[in-house]
Design a protein around this ligand. Structure first.
Ligand code: HEM
Length: 213
C-alpha cells in the first residue's frame, strides 16, 4: 500500500480521538475563550519553530524532496500572535510544557532518524484541511476582519486542496521504500499523541499554580 493511504488508515483513530476534544466543540459552538485560542497559537509556534528548522536542516533525501519554505506555518503563527499581543499575551505553562515535550521528541528524531520528521509533517499538513473548515468559526467568534488574527487557520486559503494533492504526491514519490513506512507512521502517531496532550490542556484551561505559594 502506498504511504499516504497507510498513513490515513493507520491514524484514523488518532484523528477521531483528537477531533473529539472539547477544544474543537467549543470552537465550533463559537464558545472558545480568546485566551485558549491564543495559547494554542503560542504552543503551535513553539512546535512549528523547531519542526520547520529540523526539516530545513535535515540531510536526508526524502525530507529534502518534500520540504520547501512554502510549507512553513511559523510566519502565519507569528503574525497572528503579533496581532493579539496588545490585547492578550498569556504565558500558560501547561500548553508551553506540552509543546516543549513535542519539540524534544522532534529534536531526537532529527538526530536519530530524520526521515521520520515526515510523519510529523503529514499530521500538520493534514491539519490544514480541518483548519480551513474552522477559519470562519475563528473569524466569527473573535469578530476578526478578513484574515487578520486567523492567518494560521487560513494558511493556504483557497489553495488547500491543491496543496494537499501536491503534498500527497511528493510524499508518495519520496517514500517509495516500504522499509521507511513503519517508522514514519510511528512518528505520525507520536505527533497526534503530543497534540492530544496539548489540546487537553488548552480547553478547559488548568488552574495555574501560584509560584509564590
Ligand atoms: C489539531 C487537530 C487536527 C489535526 C492534527 C488533524 C490532522 C489531519 C490529517 C493528518 C488529515 C489527513 C488525513 C488523510 O490522510 O487524508 C486530516 C484530514 C481532515 N481533517 Fe483533520 N486534523 C485536526 C483537526 C480536525 C478537526 C477538528 C476537524 C473537523 C471536525 C478536521 C477535519 C478534517 C477533514 C474534513 C479532513 C479531510 C478528510 C478527507 O479528505 O478524507 N480535522 N486532518
Amino acid at each position: 500500500m502506498a504511504i499516504m493511504k497507510k498513513l490515513k488508515t493507520e491514524t484514523t483513530t488518532d484523528h477521531k480521538r483528537l477531533e473529539s476534544y472539547p477544544y474543537f466543540k467549543a470552537l465550533e459552538e463559537h464558545k472558545l475563550p480568546l485566551e485558549c485560542y491564543v495559547n494554542q497559537l503560542k504552543g503551535l509556534a513553539v512546535i512549528h519553530g523547531v519542526l520547520e528548522g529540523a526539516l530545513a536542516e535535515a540531510s536526508c533525501e526524502p525530507v529534502a524532496s518534500v520540504w520547501n519554505d512554502s510549507l512553513r506555518k511559523l510566519p502565519f503563527l507569528v503574525k497572528d500572535l503579533e496581532f493579539f499581543k496588545p490585547r492578550i499575551d498569556p504565558d500558560y505553562m501547561p500548553a508551553i510544557e506540552a509543546a516543549l515535550a513535542m519539540t524534544e521528541k522532534i529534536r531526537l528524531r532529527s538526530i536519530e532518524n530524520p526521515v521520520t520528521l515526515l510523519g510529523y509533517l503529514y499530521v500538520f499538513e493534514g491539519s490544514t484541511l480541518g483548519n480551513h473548515m474552522h477559519q470562519p468559526d475563528i473569524t466569527a467568534t473573535f469578530h476578526l476582519e478578513g484574515l487578520t488574527g486567523c492567518r494560521y487557520y487560513a494558511s493556504y486559503e483557497e489553495q488547500v486542496p491543491d496543496k494537499w494533492r501536491q503534498f500527497r504526491e511528493t510524499m508518495a514519490a519520496a517514500l517509495q521504500d516500504a522499509d521507511l513506512h513503519d517508522p514514519v507512521i510511528a512518528a505520525a502517531h507520536e505527533a497526534f499523541s503530543g497534540l492530544e496532550k496539548l489540546y487537553s490542556v488548552l480547553f478547559p484551561m488548568e488552574k495555574q499554580k501560584n509560584p509564590f505559594n
